[in-house]
Write a protein that binds this ligand. Structure first.
Ligand code: MTE
Ligand code: QUE
Ligand code: MOS
Length: 737
């Protein structure tokens, strides 16, 4: 047993009692120094002169370092082009330029004032439109094409053309970017960091300092949240600590404040989307032409893969017989945007869900019927724009079942009645869906390795490349091992992630941490179990372990897993990109105050197919957390910059994430029973990112509610749907009608 049970999160008690150790909780060791960062005061320019004489005389300063102090000053997960420290060109506001090593972090603000950096400004590009006009692209993707778009658009009885933008999003993890580096003998280094990708940290530190991979050990105990923001972008901060540690031969700690973190690091990609859709009288899609532009910021980072995932998820839950998706990532003078829960899928999915709402309004139909009619079929109408079949399709069932259990029909009528009686408030309801592709689209990343050690007392230590960021992967791994051995999870410890035990690992990302590492752990544990079974089945666990030890039978195992059957071909844009799909539907009801533009979520109902969940309690937490995070993205989380491109919304007082008061008073989460996902460990399904996409129902419900007062008119809503935007739309559209 134990797989399928609601075992509490392995850090539940230590989190609640404040005993969990995060990077900056590590005790300061003898001789340790703190590393501060000095950043750019312009968005684009050339460094002419740096005057640090006075700062170097400050009694607390042990050294100041520049890009040229690295063995190699460039990094990048996909393209090695980003300077660790800008030298001599700065490409975005608040880009790191210098590192200051001090005895006490309190002296940093004084020391910073003593440094003068003279930068000659270069004209900047800040918006997607400016980048497109200047043809500044990080990456242009090979298009996805199916059928004949031109011809079928022409013959469509109805056509809608549109442009809309969705904004970025700050990760707002509670633990900011943080690393500590300890110098060891013979130039070796031990790095502890808050990173989703310990292997990349190891590799980058080695490259940056001219070390070999075997001379760097990178360790991650846990993260105080990552959400994609510590997938690629944790590594440079580890390199900063490592540089200082190796130059001064002292332990060095680099920990950002919230303000610094928000200004320096990348965010979710803003997108601008141009589309033209053709459909018939029933609202059935005939043809869609789309051009996606993302704002990649100053450097490549993960932008090409994120753009690709947006393309993969543009179809959402719907069959589109004729489609052409073109996409490009723009290069701008903004912070380099990066992975964020959903990895482009929410932005892509928003296109089709927005279109669904518009078609319904245009045809004066309820949007559920339009969505249901277009939903991928079981036996036909089930091929995606990239040629993969939608296997094991639960979508029609998820739509119909949620329609029933959320009392959609009855509530729609009540909402209609409510809206007829003028109260200064309007309500809207909308159901959206997700069909989230599980697998890294970069095929080589779909691998993992695991080490399982059974100790002589029968307790077990498990090590994998998975990092625990709150999502509960450690708990799931412990359950898989305990289940294999038929023991309690209390006998199993999941150890800190370390590159010395698990090497060449993939980031804990793409929602596949538990899938990939779980499969590897299962294989390793099963090998040990088979050896123990040969000693007889009547012994207790502790006795059989003891016996094995005295019989000199190995009680440790290592296993490697790779996902079979992935064959997507980037060149032609066709193939099996994903191992399977995690699916779900959500209905959201909102109320908008027409006088203030403020929106309130009144009720949410979510229905998901998570296969045979390894831990339904943890999965439930993931679903609610992801939904709430998405709700923030589409409503209040607006990134605001001034003309020079200073981020003005750089703290919790100016950047509004959902709080307890924003929690929907009614929030129902249920899972369907589905034991058929045999392609994944214990027939489970990945959960981390898919429910984020369901938060789009908040946005489409708002779109619907605004439309109540402007019957038949398509509402040009952008994201986030802030109160300000909603009020502006009411005013603008009232004038037009
Ligand atoms: N849940 C918590 N509590 N904290 C996080 O940082 N990250 C999300 C998701 N859930 C995150 C989270 C993201 S972006 C991903 S890709 C997955 O967890 C990664 O973990 P998994 O693959 O083990 O699900
Ligand atoms: C989903 C993801 C990632 C992805 C593709 C996905 C991801 C990631 C990469 C990636 C791509 C190319 C590289 C690399 C990483 O691709 O997180 O090192 O060279 O890092 O579909 O989440
Ligand atoms: Mo998650 S955005 O794949 O780290």
């Amino acid at each position: 047993m134990s797989v399928g049970e609601n075992i509490p999160h392995d850090s539940a008690v230590s989190h609640a009692t404040g005993k969990s150790v995060f990077i900056d909780d590590r005790p300061e060791v003898h001789g340790e120094v703190f590393v501060g960062i000095v950043t750019s005061s312009v968005a684009h320019g050339k460094i002419k002169k740096i005057d640090m004489k006075e700062a170097l005389h400050h009694p607390d300063v042990l050294g100041i370092f520049r890009g040229r102090d690295f063995h190699k000053n460039t990094w990048g997960t996909i393209v090695e082009e980003q300077p660790l420290l800008a030298d001599p060109i700065v490409s975005y506001m608040d880009e790191p330029i210098l590192l200051i090593a001090v005895n006490d972090r309190k002296s940093l603000s004084t020391v910073r004032k003593l440094i003068k950096i003279d930068i000659e400004e270069i004209p900047s590009i800040f918006t997607i439109d400016e980048a497109v006009a200047a043809q500044k692209f990080i990456h242009a993707a090979n298009p996805f094409v199916q059928g004949n778009v031109e011809e079928n658009l022409k013959r469509s009885p109805h056509r809608l053309k549109g442009v809309f933008e969705c904004g970025g999003q700050e990760h707002f993890y509670l633990e900011n970017q943080a690393s500590v580096a300890y110098p060891l003998e013979n130039g070796q280094l031990e790095i502890h960091s808050s990173s989703q990708h310990p292997t990349e940290t190891q590799h980058l530190v080695a490259h940056a300092l001219g070390l070999r991979y075997c001379d760097v050990v990178s360790i991650v105990k846990r993260l105080g949240g990552g959400f994609g923001g510590k997938e690629s972008q944790a590594a440079p901060f580890a390199a900063y600590a490592a540089l200082v540690a190796s130059k001064l031969r002292r332990p060095a700690r680099c920990v950002l404040s919230k303000d610094e973190d928000m200004k320096i690091t990348g965010k979710r990609h803003p997108f601008k989307i141009h589309y033209e859709i053709g459909f018939d009288d029933a609202g059935l899609l005939i043809a869609l032409r789309v051009q996606l532009y993302s704002d990649g910021g100053a450097y490549t980072d993960l932008s090409p893969s994120i753009l690709e995932r947006a393309m993969f998820h543009l179809d959402g839950a719907y069959y589109i017989p004729n489609i052409e998706i073109k996409a490009a990532a723009c290069r701008t003078n903004n912070h380099s945007n990066t992975a964020f829960r959903g990895f482009g899928a929410p932005q892509g999915n928003m296109v089709i869900e927005s279109i669904m709402e518009d078609i319904a309004v245009y045809l004066k139909k309820d949007s559920f019927s339009v969505r249901r009619a277009n939903c991928y079929g079981i036996k036909e109408r089930n091929v995606t724009p990239y040629g993969q079949w939608v296997e094991n399709n639960q979508l029609p069932f998820l739509f119909d079942e949620l329609y029933k259990i959320s009392a959609y029909e009855k509530r729609s009528q009540e909402i209609k009645d409510f809206n007829l009686e003028y109260s200064g408030k309007v309500r809207g309801i909308s159901m959206t869906a997700t069909k989230f592709g599980i697998a890294f689209t970069a095929r080589f990343l779909n691998q993992a390795n695991a080490l399982v050690n059974v100790h002589a007392d029968g307790t077990v230590q498990v090590s994998t490349g998975a990092t625990e960021m709150g999502q509960g992967v450690n708990t799931k791994l412990a359950q898989i091992v305990a289940d294999t051995f038929g023991i309690s999870t209390e006998l199993v410890r999941v150890m800190p992630t370390s590159t010395e035990k698990n090497h060449n690992t993939s980031p804990t990302a793409a929602s596949s941490g538990a899938d990939l590492n779980g499969a590897a752990v299962l294989e390793a544990a099963t090998k040990i179990k088979q050896r123990l079974l040969s000693l007889g089945t009547t012994l207790s666990w502790t006795d059989v372990v003891k016996k094995a030890y005295f019989e000199r039978i190995s009680l440790g195992e290592y296993a490697h897993f790779k996902t079979p059957g992935l064959d997507f071909d980037k060149e032609i844009g066709k193939g099996r990109a994903f191992n399977y799909f995690t699916m779900g539907t959500a209905v959201t009801e909102v109320e908008i105050d027409e006088y203030t533009g403020q929106s309130k979520v009144l009720r949410v109902d979510i229905l998901m197919d998570l296969g045979r969940s390894i831990n339904p309690g943890i999965d439930r937490g993931q679903v609610i957390g992801a939904f709430a995070q998405a709700m923030g993205w589409v409503t209040t989380e607006k990134l605001v910059y001034d003309k020079a491109r200073h981020l003005l919304s750089h703290s919790p007082t100016t950047y509004k994430i959902p709080s307890l008061q924003d929690t929907p008073p009614i929030l129902n989460v249920s899972f369907i029973e589905n034991h058929t996902n045999t392609v994944n460990v214990h027939a489970s399904k990945a959960v981390g990112e898919p429910p984020f996409v369901l938060g789009l129902s908040v946005w489409t419900a708002i779109k619907r509610a605004i439309g109540v007062r402007f019957a038949g008119k398509v509402i040009p809503l952008q994201s986030p749907a802030t109160g300000e935007q909603i009020l502006g739309l009411f005013k603008k559209m009232s004038k037009e009608t």
